[in-house]
Design a protein around this ligand. Structure first.
Ligand code: AMP
Length: 142
């Protein structure tokens, strides 16, 4: 995969405000925060999207994410937050190295930096379509 800015951060060639590091993961503050404490958690493995990530890196991320959420909550005082993970340009991904956003959510603020805003345009799950879709996804699991 093409080199991204996150590989340079992992190698220490570009500075970051690091909050955590272990053998498989790194966490640092987002340079364009949606709210105070907006943190990125990345695997050291350079996979562009979540579906391309190894089980080992996925497990390492899963292990550390709740701990980092608790740390962000404690440091910012928030009780609400979103964990966001974008895959693909159409899904708002800008940096093609897997990353999880931990974004504290605060009550609306004059500054606007209250966290993630979501337009949740929900549809309706039709039973017949749902049955075949669930079966299709289920049989696609490898
Ligand atoms: P996404 O749209 O999910 O790909 O988000 C990429 C995120 O990376 C954005 O929130 C950026 O603000 C953040 N970002 C890009 N470059 C840096 C950097 N050098 N240090 C910290 N965060 C960065």
């Amino acid at each position: 995969m093409p080199e991204t800015i996150f590989s340079k951060i992992i190698r220490g060639e570009i500075p970051c405000h690091k909050v955590y590091e272990d053998a498989h993961t790194l966490a640092f503050l987002d340079i364009g925060p949606l709210s105070a404490g907006h943190t990125l958690v990345i695997p050291k493995e350079p996979a562009p999207t979540l579906d391309a990530l190894s089980d080992e890196s996925a497990a390492a991320l899963g292990r550390v994410l709740p701990r980092l959420c608790r740390a962000v909550m404690k440091a910012t005082g928030t009780t609400a937050y979103n964990v966001l993970q974008n895959n693909g340009a159409d899904a708002h991904q800008a940096v093609f190295h897997v990353h999880f956003h931990i974004i504290p959510k605060f009550p609306a603020r004059p500054s606007g930096a209250s966290g993630l805003g979501i337009a949740w345009n929900s549809g309706k799950l039709e039973p017949e379509a749902a049955k075949s879709l669930a079966a299709s996804i289920s049989s696609s699991i490898q």
